[in-house]
Every structure is written in C-alpha cells, then in structure tokens.
Design a protein around this ligand. Structure first.
Ligand code: A3P
Length: 333
C-alpha cells in the first residue's frame, strides 16, 4: 500500500516570517503587553502603540540609527490611509525636474513602495544599519510610526513631515480587506469583521490606537505648521489640485507659472491616479521584495465604501470613540 505523504508546507511570505531579532529586541518583546494579531501571531504594545515583532525590530533600528537630514521629507501615515497614493505623488512632485511625467517615468515600472521606502518596515528590517548614500537630496522616506516613537533626529533636524490620515470607517474596512488578502492559505481564509472591529476599537491594530496616532500629529501640526503638513485622504480626493499645490509649497518646490501653464499639476495627478497606477503591469503582477503582491495596495480607492460593510451600531461606536478622543481638539474625521 502506498503511504500518503503529508501535503508540503509552503514557506511563509517574508512579511510574516518571524524575523531574526537581535537579543536586545527579543528581551524588549518579552517584557511588552501582547495580544493576538490580525495576521501576525502577536502584536506588542511599545510606547503606547501596537506593532508586530518584525516591525519592532525595524522600529528599534531606525530609532537608534536613522540620521535625518534637514532636507529630508518623511511621509507619515496610518496604515491604509492612502500611503501608496501619496508616495507616488510625492515622488513625482519632488523629482519632476529630472524625471518629468513621460512614458519613461519610474512609476510606470516600479510600485510606489519601492520608490519611497518605509523606515521601520523596509530599510531597518532588511539591514541593521542600511546604507542610504544612494538617496539623492531631498531624500523621501515613509513611516507609520506614532509621533512619540519617531527617531530623535527627525524632530531635531529641519526634516519635514507630511502626515496623511483617513476616515476611520474607511481605514478599518480597507485594513480588513488588506489583511485578508495577505493571509496565506495555511492561516485560514478571512477573519471575521466583528472580531477585528473589536480589536480596532480597542486600539489593537497595526500602529493603533488609530485615534491617538492621528491626534498627536494633528496637535503637533497646529503648533508647528512649518514642520508638519496635515492632510486627509478625503480632502485630497475632493480637491486634488489644491492640495497638491499646497504640498508643493510646503515641501519647498512650488509650481512655477510655466509649469502651471503646461498643466504639470494635472499630469502628476493623472500619473498617480488610482485608475492609472492600478492597471500598470507592475502593479497587477508584481510583488514587493517583502512578498506582498502589489495589487493588494489597490482595491477601490474611493470614499465611503464603509457603507457596504459596517452596521449602524458599528458606525455609532466609531463615532463615539472619535468624539471622545478628539474632544476639544478641533479635529473631525
Ligand atoms: P481601499 O481599500 O479603500 O480601496 P495604503 O496605501 O495606505 O495601504 O492605503 C490603501 C488604500 O488606498 C486602499 O483603499 C487603496 O485602494 C487606496 N489607493 C491606492 N492607490 C490609490 C490612488 N492612486 N488613489 C486613491 N486611492 C488609492
């Protein structure tokens, strides 16, 4: 009788690998509060916010070693708030002189995450001390780090921060879809919306609590508008030209009258539109070096899809948390 072999186990994608952590990081992790993650086995609370172990290694690495320069621009976002879109826009904006919007533009063959890398999810995960000399000035990086966890040099230098957030209802729905797309078959199919909703409301989500993340940057942007530019996904969708011009002013590369006449603003928005980026071959069948399929970053790109997923009670619950957390701050999402 032939013996039946157990099915071969597929290797985990890199983004789920139990990252080889330095002893210092393992010691830290063992002292942190933990909860079951949405996708990774656990999330750990560090400096008041939740991270998986792979990310924590990157957080510690960039906190210890990242040296911001005065000319750097850092895109800070809550996960699923439109990071991919803003990366594309900022890359195109900042590099428009030597990489104008033509049929040879780098975005046509590279996913935005490859062009504007995350500090704690990419650069300081791949290498303990990455060599950043190949980045030309102004260097563009991105992060999901909460304000309290930013590397010291970011605050002490003239480095500028662009902060992007989104309606928590759409952020949550987008995060739920994204997590389900990234879940390998060996980890089951989808997680229940109710279960992860409860975690999200309790703040247990990647770089959550969501509201604390947004509120801190909001307050800092009010007291230091030269340093932090605060932007909402919904505003960018509604008035893209206006906010792109504001962004260009903030970064220090405003559009010249000649560029305005030539329609450069619309060229950039067209190149970076959901419709355009999501159909490019690289974003249809490409993968990041960390294993995520590029298409996972493009779903609908619309405002208000939460209406198709959340019950009235869920919406009430999110509204109440927002009202309490943002009370007196002038912020409404
Ligand atoms: P949905 O899941 O609601 O469609 P992030 O980039 O921070 O991971 O966020 C992903 C969300 O931004 C997804 O939202 C995705 O579809 C949307 N998105 C990606 N590219 C976009 C673009 N060019 N314009 C508008 N939204 C975009």
């Amino acid at each position: 009788m032939p013996t039946s072999e157990p099915p071969p186990t597929l290797p985990l994608p890199k983004y789920l690998e139990e990252y080889e952590l330095a002893q210092e990081c393992r010691d830290l992790i063992s002292s942190l509060p933990k909860e079951r993650g949405w996708l990774a086995t656990h999330l750990y609370r560090y400096q008041g916010f939740w991270h998986n172990s792979r990310q924590l290694g990157g957080v510690l690495g960039c906190q210890q070693h990242f040296q911001a320069q005065d000319t750097d621009v850092l895109l800070v976002t809550t996960p699923k708030s439109g990071t991919t879109w803003l990366k594309a826009i900022m890359f195109t904006l900042v590099n428009r002189i030597h990489s104008p919007v033509t049929h040879e533009h780098p975005l046509l063959t590279n996913n935005p995450h490859e062009l504007v890398p995350f500090l704690e999810l990419k650069l300081y995960v791949d290498t303990h001390i990455p060599n950043l000399t190949s980045f030309s000035s102004p260097r563009l990086f991105s992060t999901h780090l909460p304000f309290v966890s930013l590397p010291k040099s970011v605050l002490e230098s003239g480095c500028k921060l662009v902060y992007l957030c989104r309606d928590p209802r759409d952020t949550f729905v987008s995060l739920w879809h994204f997590t389900n797309k990234l879940r390998p078959q060996s980890h089951g199919t989808t997680s229940s919306l109710e279960e992860v909703f409860d975690k999200f409301c309790r703040g247990v989500s990647l770089c959550g609590p969501f509201w604390d993340h947004v509120l801190h940057y909001w307050k800092e942007s009010l007291s230091n508008p030269e340093k932090i530019f605060f932007l909402k996904y919904e505003d960018m969708k509604e008035h893209p030209q206006l906010h792109l011009r504001r962004l260009a002013e903030f970064i220090g590369c405003p559009f010249s009258p000649e560029e305005e006449t030539k329609g450069v603003v619309d060229d950039i928005l067209g190149l970076c539109s959901f419709d355009n980026l999501s159909k490019l071959k690289v974003n249809v069948d490409g993968k990041l070096s960390s294993g995520e399929e590029n298409k996972a970053f493009f779903r609908q790109g619309e405002v208000g899809d939460w209406k198709n997923y959340l019950t009235a009670e869920m919406v009430d619950q999110l509204d109440k948390i927002g009202e309490e957390k943002f009370y007196g701050s002038g912020l409404k999402l």
